[in-house]
Write a protein that binds this ligand. Structure first.
Ligand code: NAP
Length: 284
């Protein structure tokens, strides 16, 4: 699909790159020639992922333990990365999520989600951007992984929706402020992609599992990691150098189905030809 050296010489940090979609993006970047750094809190998970990806891809991968909620830790991480070579691309992917009635959330739970997603993305973006700007480094990219809830809101995952909406506002704001400095911003808005993290937190059996979920998606399936990783590789590549400030939805049309027409229209999607024939006006 891509030239094998699409991302050659690009140094990319993927926050939360030890698991799930972050890991899949890291893998694709490595396959396309990038030098990838993955960060997260669990260093053993990072190390194991790095070993596995190095075997599968022959790419150069590094790990660094960092809690992105802690501004000083983010600065220390960037200092360490810069000692070797400045980053070309930052992918804000680390996230936390809680499915709960909003009025029952503790302030700690709210702070935790906002801390990882909103503050963490801001700390990483500003820490990388400040270094790029001070050093006059151009052709740099910040790509953030959002959620559909950043566009629509979402009951029962309100802190996440709030935080992701904030990251979307950052993406759009910095596209204008940093664009003239040679730094572009973009985002991906994924629909459902099976990962241990998202599925264990957001897909309890009570919600009907995968079967109920796929009915809400026009393409009648969930996303495949390679599909998101390919989009990510394109967006951070020089081939997408004119894309700035945009958030690309990859959800099989799920968001549009939810928006279209309310419950009665939704039911019509599964009507048989016989049901449609029954309501057709009879010719006189
Ligand atoms: P995941 O596997 O749980 O990945 C989250 C990653 O973030 C983990 O590797 C975790 O590592 C890291 N992380 C969490 N807190 C951190 C912190 N304080 N500092 C540094 N790293 C931290 O979930 P995923 O499903 O792949 O999600 C990846 C991204 O896609 C997220 O931004 C999510 O919102 C977005 N997304 C996913 C879906 C989906 O269906 N999967 C849909 C829409 C959006 P540690 O725990 O070791 O720190």
């Amino acid at each position: 699909m891509f030239q094998p050296d699409l991302l050659a010489n690009k140094r990319i940090l993927v926050t939360g790159g030890g698991t799930g979609l972050g890991r899949s993006m890291a893998q694709r970047f490595l396959e396309l020639g990038a030098n990838v750094v993955i960060c997260g809190r669990r260093e053993a998970v990072l190390k194991q992922t790095a070993e596995e990806l190095a075997q599968q891809t022959k790419g150069e991968i590094e790990t660094i333990g960092c809690d992105v909620r802690v501004a000083d830790a983010v600065e220390a991480m960037m200092d360490r990365l810069w000692q070797k070579r400045p980053l070309d691309i930052l992918v804000n992917n680390a996230a936390g999520q809680i499915l709960a009635q909003t009025h029952r959330l503790s302030t700690r739970a709210i702070d935790s989600v906002l801390g990882i997603v909103l503050h963490g993305s801001a700390y990483c973006t500003v820490a990388a951007g400040r270094r790029w700007i001070e050093q006059g480094l151009r052709d740099r990219v910040v790509m953030s992984i959002l959620t559909v809830s950043s566009l629509t809101g979402a009951p029962f995952t309100v802190p996440s929706a709030m935080a992701k909406a904030g990251v979307l506002a950052m993406t759009k704001s910095l596209a204008v402020e940093w664009g003239p400095k040679g730094i572009r911003t973009c985002a991906i808005v994924p629909g459902p992609f099976p990962t241990e993290g998202a599925w264990s937190r957001l897909m309890p059996a009570e919600r009907g599992g995968n079967e109920a979920l796929v009915k809400t998606i026009p393409l009648r399936r969930v996303g495949q990691h390679a599909e998101l990783a390919n989009l990510a590789a394109y967006l951070v590549s020089d081939g997408a150098a004119f894309i700035n400030g945009d958030a690309i939805v990859i959800d099989g049309g799920k968001m549009l189905q939810s928006a279209g027409g309310g419950a009665s229209t939704q039911a019509m999607i599964d009507w048989t030809d016989e049901q449609w024939a029954a309501i057709r006006p009879k010719r006189q």
